[in-house]
Every structure is written in C-alpha cells, then in structure tokens.
Design a protein around this ligand. Structure first.
Ligand code: SF4
Length: 434
C-alpha cells in the first residue's frame, strides 16, 4: 500500500518553529517497508496536497488542529481514499472523530497499527483501535528516514519516555495517560542521538519531548549519565519539583542540558491548588529559579493564565515576575478548556463555556477566550494575554533579557535565534482561524 502521513497545522498556515513529528516516526518504524511505501507531508513546513494518489491517509490531530484535520479528511474520503485519524484529540474525543474518519486510533499505536494494516488489507478494518494503557515502549525504534530532506528546525526531538505521574486539571497528558508513564531503553536513545548527529547536518540541539523528563527519577539519572559522555547540547520539559534535588540539576547541566521548560503555570497558590498541580504545591519559585540559573540552564517559563483567582491586575504581576527573572522564554498561555480534560468538564458544568465546540466554531480565533473568567471580563482576558506576549518580546526587552549574567548570555546565539523565531510566531498566529 501507499500510505500518506499528514500533519495539519493551525488554519493551514506555515510555522517557523516546526520540529519533526515523532508520532509518524513511530508508525513508520512499525510499518513493513518492504510491503508498504510511506510519505510524509507536514503543513507547518509545506503544503499538504489534496490530490495524492495513495491507498491510505493517516492524519494526526490536536484539538487546535482538529478542524483543519477534518477538512483534509473530508477531501480524501470524498475521493474514496481510506482515512485514519489519531493523536491526542482522537484519544480524547473518539466519538466526534469517528464522524470524520473511517478508523480512529485511541491512545498508543504500538501493536494496533500492525494489526490494522493486516485487517485493512484483508478488507475487515475496525472502526476504532484502542490502547489506553501505555504499552511497553522499551524497544520501540523511531524511523527518522521520513524526515530526510525536510526543512525542520535545528532543534531535533527525541523521545525517552511518554506520560507523567501527575494529573493536572487542564492537561491532556494527564487525561490520556491517567498518571501512567513508560520509557525506552537508555541505550536505544543514546544510539539514536549518535545517529542523528551523524546523518542530520541541521541538528544542533536535542529536545526531549517527554511530557515530564523526571517521570522516573532513576531512569532520568541513568540517561543524564550517558548523555554526559556524548558532549552534546540538549533541552527538555518537566515539572518543577525536581529542583528540590540540586545535585540532579547539576548533573543535567554537566551532561549538556542548556534549556528546560518549567511548568510554573501560575504565581498564585490558590490557582495552583485549583489546577491540582501537585508538583508545585511547595511553591518556592524563587529558589527553583536560583538553582537553574546557578547551573546555567536557560529557563523557559510556562504559564496557564485565566484561572479563577486571576484578576485583570494579574497580567502586570506575571509580566513583572517574568522580567525580574529574565526568563529565556515565557509562554503566556490562556487557559484553554481542552475537551476530555477535567477543566473542560468543570467549566461546562458551571455553564461558563462560550462556544458549544470552540475548536470547530467558525467564530473562534487563536488567542480568543473559550470561557468566561471569574474575575475579569472576556475582553480583559484576551487583551491581557496579548499584551504579555507582545511586551515580553519587544526588541528592547529581548536584548535586556539577554544580559542576565547567567544562562542567557552564555548561550547568546541560541537565545537570540529562538527568541526571534518565537516573536515571529506570536504575530503569525495572532487571531488566525482554526
Ligand atoms: S505535570 Fe505537566 S505533563 Fe504532568 S500532568 Fe501536570 S501539566 Fe501535564
């Protein structure tokens, strides 16, 4: 069979910060390439053709790209081509996705993908393939040949583990994996990284896309010790509770970690409790930041704004906090009720959702509020988020943040390149239709 893997983007637009979509590397690795031909089109870096002559179209989707995914799926189904949809949105909203796909993948693909290909060839594919529990991924091989000659970022993603031990109210990871997590073998990951630097001339920094790199501390330690031998630069994301162990942060730095996305989420403990963000309950943010700066790791602060105790004055507070610490990047994310999460269900029960299905609504735009906040108006919420993004990323502020005397200046080239790409993306995405 000829199989097309398609990665739609927000409103069908291009992006400047696209990294390789690893989910398709998993599928490709599970596909018998002597029997099947695979193609990849990623709308963040190229057009998705609407007239491919293939036997099977496979689309991955997040809630923000669901509408675009359905448009592409409709186009191919009208031509009589079999369409599969998977990804986080499919895992959270399988009934909705079934309206747009011949088959829906819920949860992980390992095991089910191979079965599906056989059943499709035999003419008896199922409507839904479901694998809620994380499978054993220790030996899973990611086939990166799909990405050859595609213009992705100099930041190359690698997956060590999937899932997270926490279940924050707003988070899709917690809702899909329910506190479960699984890891690949360290040796396999290390070999993959060596191969990336051997074959990919663009590669400068490895980005561990794990939902929480510290899901298993013992395995994380093993990984960091092996990374130390490679003398590469790497980045990751994780929960802030890890900073309690300064030796671990020191080891990260020694093994080449230059950047970490930290989920601060909010600087009001009342909101942290409402979010069920257990990793942040100790709430000593100043000390955590001090430790990361001491070990010269760039801090990418990630926030969720608009929770029930945030007022219109909160935007200035969070800007002041971010400017004071001169974070490498700060993600001022409006709280978004993703269907399938407890946050969505709570807002729905409280009658606060502004759209029946915001992700499919023609009036919804990227950056708009999807619900009524408690302590500010919808207009104040939307304007406050935009103001934070714009003010934190003015030319002047980017250069002021560069000179923080710790991590930012040490990694000046990466700091400037990523900050300017991020600034461009803020304006690209502003107000676009999904
Ligand atoms: S710690 Fe992060 S990845 Fe884990 S459930 Fe919370 S928000 Fe999601």
């Amino acid at each position: 069979m000829k199989i097309a893997f398609l990665r739609p983007n927000l409103g069908g637009q291009r992006s400047n910060d696209a990294i390789e979509p690893l989910g398709f590397a998993v599928l490709s690795g599970l596909t018998d390439r002597n029997k099947h031909e695979v193609l990849l089109f990623d709308e963040r870096i190229e057009n998705i053709p609407m007239d491919l002559e293939v036997d099977l179209v496979v689309i991955t989707t997040f809630t923000l790209t669901a509408k675009r995914a359905y448009t592409i799926a409709d186009n191919y189904r009208k031509k009589g081509i079999y369409v599969v949809i998977g990804g986080y949105h499919a895992s959270l909203m399988p009934e909705e996705v079934q309206e747009y796909a011949d088959t829906v993948f819920v949860g992980s693909a390992e095991g089910n993908w191979e079965k599906f290909l056989i059943e499709l060839e035999n003419g008896h594919p199922q409507k839904v393939y479901e694998e809620i529990k994380l499978p054993d991924i220790s030996e899973v091989v990611y086939d990166r040949s799909l990405f050859k000659d595609k213009k992705y970022s100099f930041v190359v993603p690698v997956q060590f583990g999937r899932g997270c031990m926490h279940q924050c109210e707003f988070c899709t990871i917690g809702s899909v994996h329910k506190g479960d997590y699984a890891h690949r073998k360290v040796e396999l990951v290390i070999e993959e990284i060596k191969e990336i630097f051997r074959t990919n001339k663009r590669a400068k920094v490895i980005y561990f896309v794990d939902d929480n790199i510290f899901a298993n501390k013992k395995k994380a330690l093993h990984l960091f010790n092996e990374l130390k031998k490679l003398k590469i630069k790497w980045a990751c994301q994780g929960s802030i509770d890890i900073a309690k162990d300064e030796d671990l942060v020191k080891l990260m730095s020694e093994s080449g970690c230059i950047e970490m996305l930290l989920g601060f989420e909010n600087i009001n403990i009342m909101n942290i409790k409402k979010m069920n963000k257990k990793s942040n309950y100790d709430f000593d943010y100043e000390n955590i930041i001090r430790i990361f700066k001491k070990h010269r790791i760039l801090v990418h602060a990630s926030y969720v704004i608009g929770y029930d105790y945030d007022t219109k004055d909160y935007f200035q507070e969070i800007l002041d906090f971010s400017n004071k610490h001169k974070f490498f990047l700060a993600g001022f994310n409006p709280a978004l009720p993703i269907p399938g999460t407890p946050f969505y269900d709570r807002l729905k029960n409280e009658g606060r959702l502004l759209y029946d299905k915001w992700w499919l609504d023609d009036d919804f735009r990227y950056g708009k509020a999807a619900y009524t906040p408690h302590n500010m108006t919808v207009e104040e919420f939307e304007a406050g988020i935009l103001r934070c993004k714009v003010e934190y990323n003015t030319h002047k502020n980017i250069w002021l943040r560069l000179f923080d005397g710790a991590a930012n200046f040490r990694h000046a080239l990466i700091f400037l390149a990523v900050n300017y790409i991020n600034r461009k993306e803020i304006y690209n995405k502003k107000g676009i239709k999904l």
